[in-house]
Design a protein around this ligand. Structure first.
Ligand code: NAD
Ligand code: UGA
Length: 434
């Protein structure tokens, strides 16, 4: 049984490499030639812990290949995992144009029975459209099945998550497809949840939206903490000790970014609207999340008064630690506003600077990319912490204080203990606590 991974982005590349590591024969393909060229040479086009080593290991083993030719990848494989992007459309719904494009190519190249597996996050009922598209365009009267296998990995721990899943959800409507997918995931047979396709599709959107809701909830609580003497870190701990609530995803901060939560919560809202179910609950979560940047900007204004001609150090540009991904990163929104206010910025991130340079080119006189967090802090009137990279928790803060013009820290992720950082002489502002 040969597996094709169509779309080798953050999810597809990890899926290809991990399936190969699980012993399957895998071919990966993508419309962006550089991604395939790099992967073939053992170089991932993204930063993801552990991915490069695993990619190299499995290329060497010989059961993992990457090819440019989508038609060939389809024809030569039995199971096709579709992991192309499903971005947000103007009205908030998921744009399925890439999925539809792939479905048509599969139809044109259907030369034997195949299982087409939705790995991308797609609206409930997408499988019906994929089936219809393939039926409309197929050239040979071959059989096929569509199945759903949503992915729950997190960027920054994607390889670990893929190889240690909490659950593997498989949505099928035939025994034949079920048996094939159960065999592929044999290693995780104790964690399989087999459902119908609508259910599997909905589990993904429902999970992401619930997690996003949880983050917005604690962020709203943090706003209340700021108006009282309560400390959001302790409120979250106190809540999380109840196993019915759980301590994860209760970290207040600058809100959720990334390529998934913002778009998925809007997509589910639209699905609800289309099917006559009101999801204003999720719209509120979105609003709370968007407001996080305003709340943070207000703090900066309170600390600095005027932005013009201030030198501001910014630590952390990726949307979360351990990734180079800057899609929907809070840093981008904050930087835009700081630049508009006339500040000069000294930016630092362990992995995401090359991606940020595409948005804010180096040649701008207002933007400087520093080689280290120390260099970023030089002569700064304030230091902003946007992403909670571990690196920032282990720095010599006495040295940072000496380097800065004014020792003011605005910590959007609560990485320091307020009393300890203030003892060092910093003016320190964080989220939802004194
Ligand atoms: P991505 O943009 O990194 O990857 C998608 C890839 O598909 C790109 O490399 C693109 O070039 C390729 N592609 C587009 N059209 C193609 C075509 N016709 N043929 C071949 N390749 C094509 O996106 P991603 O972050 O990997 O997300 C992919 C899907 O997985 C989305 O639906 C997303 O919501 C979902 N998802 C993402 C994550 C995550 O952490 N990033 C986790 C779970 C699920
Ligand atoms: C998220 C989900 O956690 C994955 O299960 C899912 O597969 C994926 O989306 C997806 O569908 O793409 P990811 O976006 O990679 O994964 O990262 P998370 O760790 O979930 O963080 C998302 C955002 O929420 C980040 O900006 C992070 O800083 C923020 N966050 C997270 C908080 O502000 N507080 C928290 O307590 C947790």
């Amino acid at each position: 049984m040969k597996i094709a991974i169509i779309g080798t982005g953050y999810v597809g590349l990890v899926t290809a490499v991990c399936f190969a590591d699980m012993g399957h024969t895998v071919v990966g393909t993508d419309v962006v030639p550089e991604k395939i060229d790099k992967a073939s040479r053992g170089i991932p086009h993204i930063y993801e812990p552990g991915l490069e080593e695993l990619l190299k290991k499995n290329l060497k083993k010989g059961n993992l290949t990457f090819i440019h030719d989508l038609d060939e990848a389809i024809r030569s494989s039995d199971v096709l995992f579709v992991s192309v992007n499903t971005p947000q459309w103007k009205d908030g719904s998921a744009d399925m144009v890439y999925v539809e494009g792939v479905a048509r190519r599969i139809a044109e190249n259907l030369n034997s029975y195949k299982v087409i597996v939705e790995k991308s996050t797609v609206p409930v009922k997408t499988s019906m459209w994929i089936k219809r598209t393939i039926d409309m365009h197929k050239k040979k009267d071959e059989e096929f099945d569509v199945a759903s296998n949503p992915e729950f990995l997190r960027e920054g721990s994607a390889v670990y998550d893929f190889l240690n899943p909490d659950r593997v959800v498989i949505g099928v409507e035939s025994e034949r497809a079920r048996d094939i997918l159960v065999k592929i995931y044999q290693k995780f047979k104790d964690r399989l949840l087999v459902t119908n396709i609508d259910t599997a599709e909905l589990i993904k959107h429902a999970s992401n939206s619930f997690l996003a809701l949880k983050i917005s909830y604690i962020n709203l609580i943090s706003e209340l903490c700021e108006k009282t003497e309560a400390d959001v870190e302790l409120v979250a701990r106190g809540m999380g000790l109840d196993p019915r609530i759980g301590g994860q995803f209760l970290k207040a901060g600058l809100g959720y970014g990334g390529s998934c939560f913002p778009k998925d919560i809007r997509a589910l809202t639209r699905i609800g609207e289309d099917l006559g179910v009101n999801f204003d609950l999720l719209k509120e979560s979105d609003k709370v999340n968007l407001r996080r940047i305003d709340v943070f900007m207000d703090k900066i204004k309170k600390a600095l008064w005027i932005m013009k001609d201030k030198i501001i150090a910014v630590w952390g540009l990726s949307f979360k630690p351990e990734t180079d991904d800057i899609r929907e990163a809070p840093s981008i929104k904050v930087i835009k506003r700081l630049l508009k206010g006339g500040a000069s910025l000294r930016l630092y991130d362990p992995k995401a600077m090359e991606n940020v340079k595409q948005v804010f080119p180096e040649k701008s006189s207002q933007v400087y990319y520093a080689k280290s967090p120390y260099e970023a802090a030089e002569k700064a009137n304030a230091l902003l912490i946007i992403t909670d990279w571990d690196e920032f928790k282990k720095l010599d803060m006495k040295k940072i204080k000496k380097l800065m013009a004014n020792p003011i820290i605005l910590d959007g992720r609560n990485i320091y203990e307020p009393s300890r950082i203030r003892e060092l002489g910093f003016e320190y502002y964080s989220i939802g606590r004194e």
